[in-house]
Design a protein around this ligand. Structure first.
Ligand code: PGA
Length: 243
């Protein structure tokens, strides 16, 4: 944790949630989120952003999107503009998640363009970076994430309150996590790259059982949670572990 920065615990629901279960989950998080020190965010699939944001209005839990297009509008079938997410009630957007970098071949330059669009629409971007297992085994983890940060973060990112999430690709959804020393080393490198005021989240198999130890590390200012964010009690336990 970085002194002076309010921790952020963000749930990335990915492609999970129909209206009934998604709204029930959001309401359960809102009810349990009262009195928790950390800022809490849920990022439902795009179809549920408006309904979840409406259900969470007046609660301590914010709503975010999982991606946006770099353009403000236009002929981009199936895409969503940052202003549309904001209009639906989102205040954050996850960008450059490794699943999008892999499934949709998103480049650092595209992520940067999306971050510029998000900031212009009044959204806070959460930009994800992280090395593959092959890159870690080759000793390249730190250089990979440094390069991703350099390529993906636009000017003005820190001033806009932008957040960076370190998510080793091999730790996502696998139950594997880096050692605490490895997480701390990457976060220290990221801190050097982004400055003192940017919150740095760790993501990748964060669970109630490992959250307290990970969140206590220096320069870990919160968590980006996938699987465990789909169970309200688990997600809330992680949020409580953030202090
Ligand atoms: P996980 O996913 O918690 O299921 O590993 C994290 C993420 O992809 O954001």
């Amino acid at each position: 944790m970085t002194p002076g920065l309010r921790p952020l615990v963000a749930g990335n629901w990915k492609m999970h949630g129909l209206a009934a279960d998604g709204l029930a989950l959001a309401r359960a998080v809102a009810a349990g989120g009262e009195g928790i020190h950390a800022e809490i965010l849920v990022c439902p699939p795009a179809t549920l952003v408006a309904a979840v944001a409406a259900a969470l209005a007046g609660s301590p839990v914010a709503t975010g999107g999982q991606d946006c297009h770099a353009n403000p509008k236009g002929a981009h079938t199936g895409d969503i503009a940052a202003a549309m997410l904001a209009d639906a009630g989102a205040t954050y957007v996850i960008l450059g998640h490794s699943e999008r970098r892999a499934d949709h071949a998103e480049t650092d330059a595209q992520v940067k363009a999306k971050a510029i669009a998000a900031i212009a629409a009044g959204l806070t971007p959460i930009v994800c970076v992280g090395e593959t297992l092959a890159q870690r085994e080759a000793g390249q983890a730190e250089s990979v994430v440094r390069n991703q940060v350099t390529g993906s973060l636009p000017e003005g990112f820190a001033a806009a309150g932008g957040v960076v999430a370190y998510e080793p690709v091999w730790a996502i959804g696998t139950g594997k996590t880096p050692t605490e020393a490895d997480i701390a080393a990457i976060h220290a490198a990221l801190r050097q790259a982004v400055g003192a005021t940017t919150r740095l989240l760790y993501g990748g198999s964060v669970k109630p059982g490992n959250a307290a130890a990970i969140l206590a590390l220096p320069d870990v200012d919160g968590a980006l949670v996938g699987g465990a964010s789909l169970v309200a009690e688990d997600f809330l336990a992680i949020a409580r572990a953030a202090g």
